[in-house]
Write a protein that binds this ligand. Structure first.
Ligand code: SAM
Length: 252
């Protein structure tokens, strides 16, 4: 039997790492690192820095592979399914070839593995396929959503209210009905600009926890266009961007 640890490493700041995650890092024999290419080099480097800071050198091995790219297709779910199949094949190969029987491998998962991340589903598929005898465990991490709320010093929910977590792609289809607080991830197209619901407030954050963290908050109608301009400028400057925002319907 081999063991795979899915370790949530937080959303950017090295200090997001929990004590449980540090203990898990030290348990691993092999780290599976998927390189997403030059644009995400900072993210790979931050994973390597975590290892250097918390795990004694010489006590672990690295197994690196190039992360498959998503082919853009009209059917988004189909293209994600294809990407995940490629990722599954790659991870299964690394587990077969680079992890010995009885050893523990670890994947360092950005934020928390339970939030918009395919690692858990992929680990389940590998274990169920049975070609590698695999046990997998999850170590929770601080999500970008928590980092956003903390940076803006805002509670995610109104008193006794609900919170919807969604994607930019879904927001572009319309604001979830009755939702008072909506957290949006994975928005590559400024979907907030398409909303014309009056009384919306936005709390936006990019590169949360990283040195280049940027925050803007205010009535959406006032600050929305500024956020769109800032996103474009930051993406050009850094070569990539990750941002998240909370939309709040202001109670009358
Ligand atoms: C594939 S999801 C992964 C979410 C991650 N598992 C988590 O727990 O935060 C990637 C999205 O998370 C958000 N995100 C992740 N890290 C972020 C950060 N440091 N700053 C702002 N947004 C971030 C962005 O919306 C990005 O498009």
């Amino acid at each position: 039997m081999k063991t795979l640890l899915l370790i949530g490493i937080g959303a950017g700041a090295p200090e997001h790492l929990t004590l449980q995650a540090v203990e898990a890092l030290r348990r691993a024999d092999v780290f599976l690192l998927l390189d997403k290419g030059p644009a995400k080099a900072q993210l790979l480097a931050s994973r390597q820095a975590l290892l250097a800071a918390h795990v004694p050198p010489g006590t672990y091995r690295l197994a690196e592979a190039l992360h498959p790219q998503r082919e853009p297709k009209a059917d988004y779910r189909a293209s994600v399914a294809e990407l995940n199949a490629g990722k599954q094949a790659l991870l299964e190969q690394l587990l077969r070839e680079q992890v010995n029987e009885g050893e523990t491998a670890a994947l360092l998962v950005w934020g928390d593995p339970a939030l918009y991340d395919s690692s858990l589903r992929i680990a389940q598929c590998i274990a169920e396929a049975g070609r590698v005898a695999l046990d997998y465990q999850v170590i929770p991490g601080i999500t970008s959503v928590q980092a956003l709320a903390a940076a803006h010093r805002v509670a995610l929910n109104e008193i006794a209210g609900s919170v919807v977590l969604t994607t930019g792609r879904r927001l572009a289809l319309g604001l979830p009905a009755d939702a008072e607080s909506i957290v949006v991830l994975l928005d590559a197209h400024n979907s907030f600009l398409s909303l014309n619901t009056p009384g919306l407030h936005i709390f936006w954050g990019a590169y949360l926890g990283l040195p280049q963290q940027a925050l803007i908050a205010g009535p959406l109608a006032d600050v929305g266009p500024r956020i769109a301009r800032e996103r474009r400028a930051l993406r050009e400057r850094h070569g990539w961007i990750m941002d998240t925002y909370l939309l709040r319907r202001v109670r009358a």
